[in-house]
Write a protein that binds this ligand. Sequence first.
Ligand code: ACO
Length: 380
Amino acid sequence: MSVVCIEFKPGLEGVPATQSSISYVDGQQGVLEYRGINIQELAKKSSFLETAYLLIWGYLPSKEELESFEHDIRYHRRIKYRIRDMMKCFPETGHPMDALQTSAAALGLFYSRRALDNPEYIRSAVVRLLAKIPTMVAASELMRRGNDAVQPKDDLDYAANFLYMLNEREPDPLAAQVFDVCLILHAEHTINASTFSAMVTSSTLTDPYAVIASAVGTLAGPLHGGANEDVITMLSEIGSVENVRPYLEKCLETKAKIMGFGHRVYKVKDPRAIILQELAEKLFEKFGYDKYYEIALELEKAVEEKLGHKGIYPNVDFYSGLVYRKLGISSDLFTPVFAIARVAGWLAHWKEQLTENRIFRPTQIYTGEHNISYTPIQER
Ligand code: ACO
């Protein structure tokens, strides 16, 4: 018997669309857990690849399992020269998220054997996507600058290798460690827009490269992952601590959203924003201050005063850009970097979706007319 829910919820707010054991958010208490483990603890004790394993396979790997996973990812980092050649043809003015979406989809052309009931296929797709997405992000960035892509360096860990491929030099150990924590923090966040997009695509039993490409396209929007880039633009427009309050007043008057604030679920400061702020301060201590930080602190204070009663506090995107700037990552790469991490969560949901799949096919409330007769073009 099919049950029809007649209450329409714009944005599906509060409507459960799946059952999942991957992550949990308590938006009132500011708690985020991956497979039951608090994000604070993972940020302190885990690595991104261990966290990815936890998310995708549901448990913390043994030493041997982790070593084998890391080994396989390390040796699948290279991308085919045809993919590099394809990327060379991308326009320099194109957005890196569009380049990433195209490249992720292109992987499906090269690894097209689809065997969703074969655990070996699932593992190899997981390994390939986690291994190759960072290489593609770094390669397309270097090519955009008119340089050749840098090959991955096998003796570097996941995070250090990405910064190496991007900045063409080995990173400081603190920078690599901070970046690894950023990846952990962005790896998963229940069924937000891009994860839902990944799940809908997964439910058609298409290949995992199409799943990731559709999720990347969804993450790109300014109301989702794209907000981290807009935060830096906003801080630069504000320009000075003195201008924070006049800027905020103007936003409130015109009902413009303040980027990096507010969240559908969190009604307190996002726990990831708290950790990212600590990471930013660590980087400033070692590599020098960022003038935007003072503006950000003042803005946080002012927004709390004006909008705290509505539960509007900094979200994950507010401080991440300040961290990335210190790591030498340019602002239009912030969202692709977010995607590098979120591939872990998308893959976890892909795998979970496959275990009890039913194609997503919601219903609609029709608001159009009926029995309208066709008007010939001459009479319109
Ligand atoms: N600035 C000012 N007011 C805000 C903000 C904001 N950033 N966010 C929400 N509000 C206000 C709205 O104006 C609205 O007020 P009203 O009830 O008086 O009309 C109320 O809070 C509810 O806002 P909605 O937009 O309905 O909340 P929703 O849950 O749909 O949106 C969203 C959440 C999209 C994140 C929103 O807060 C927003 O646009 N923030 C700015 C963009 C951003 O930072 N996005 C990143 C989110 S985190 C992520 O995706 C990784």
